[in-house]
Write a protein that binds this ligand. Structure first.
Ligand SMILES: CC(C)(COP(=O)(O)OP(=O)(O)OC[C@H]1O[C@@H](n2cnc3c(N)ncnc32)[C@H](O)[C@@H]1OP(=O)(O)O)[C@@H](O)C(=O)NCCC(=O)NCCS
Length: 251
């Protein structure tokens, strides 16, 4: 994979945007693990398979630059709730929605990122079930738009992904609030899990009309601006774009 100077510095949070609409060239899937290939193969639709492959090739490419190793050598473990991590590696989080993915990498703190490109994945009634008592009260007092709920939802999922349990941790036990979007201010939130209090800081991320938030365990980022990059596929200048993977041969 191509080395990109400057990636992987300490005290920064790298946020990388990935376009999942591009075809994946033949040969690159070989850097994925058997598990990743099997997961890709399990998708019934080509566009879902392509999105998964591109997201995971991008994830390996980004992490290989942080670890200074070949993409195929990045090896993941998963916790009981399926959160992937790299032993002794940087913390990272991946989110995808339609043809867009975001990868967050942080060397110092556990991280969670979430984005939603479309409309709300839950109905308002279902949303009520994931609101904390404070959020329920706020939702009753204000005329909230779908955008307000989406913003709350990505904040909440970002925290739950940073915690590592996803929605297996009751989302109503966490208050992130409906406050207006704020791209500059990390807000402290906390939740109790197995008797322990866990503290996070959440930040809204500017992405046009897309709702996106990142959560960092314990401390907000204290130094420097967020590095937001667009991922350039290593094959984009190699003329391989048209030689898309024959996804039927992945298994
Ligand atoms: C994590 C979770 C919130 C993601 O929801 P989502 O909005 O559909 O998906 P996103 O695109 O934002 O994130 C998906 C990515 O999050 C990561 N992820 C998976 N489980 C995770 C977890 N428990 N915590 C943090 N991140 C997780 C993976 O990288 C995944 O990417 P992949 O599906 O391409 O492998 C949801 O899947 C969840 O709650 N999972 C835990 C449920 C559970 O109890 N699992 C037990 C094992 S059966």
């Amino acid at each position: 994979m191509v080395s990109r100077p400057g990636w992987g510095s300490q005290n920064t949070l790298d946020l990388i945007q990935v376009d999942l609409s591009r075809p994946v060239p033949t040969g690159l899937a070989e850097c994925l693990s058997p598990d990743e290939l099997a997961r890709a193969q399990s998708f019934g639709f080509d566009h879902l398979r392509r999105r998964y492959l591109t997201a995971h090739l991008a994830l390996r490419d980004v992490l290989s630059n942080h670890l200074a190793c070949p993409a195929a050598d990045v090896s993941f473990v998963k916790n009981a709730w399926d959160k992937p991590s790299i032993p002794d590696g940087p913390y990272f989080s991946l989110t995808h929605s339609d043809d867009l993915a975001v990868i967050a990498v942080d060397h110092d703190h556990e991280i969670g990122v979430d984005l939603e490109t479309g409309s709300l994945v839950l109905t308002r009634e279902e949303m009520a079930g994931v609101l904390s008592p404070d959020e329920l009260e706020e939702s009753g007092e204000r005329d909230l738009s779908e955008a307000d709920f989406l913003r709350l939802w990505v904040r909440k999922e970002a925290v739950l992904k940073s915690l590592g349990k996803g929605t297996a941790h009751d989302p109503s036990r966490l208050t992130v609030g409906f406050h207006a979007v704020d791209f500059d201010r990390w807000r402290e939130v906390s939740t109790v899990d197995d008797g322990d209090r866990h503290v996070f800081h959440v930040l809204d991320i500017r992405m046009g009309t897309v709702s996106c938030a990142v959560a960092r365990r314990d401390q907000p980022l204290s130094m420097g601006p967020l590095a937001f990059r667009r991922w350039t596929p290593p094959w984009s200048s190699s003329g391989q774009e048209d030689a898309a993977i024959d996804t039927k041969s992945l298994a």
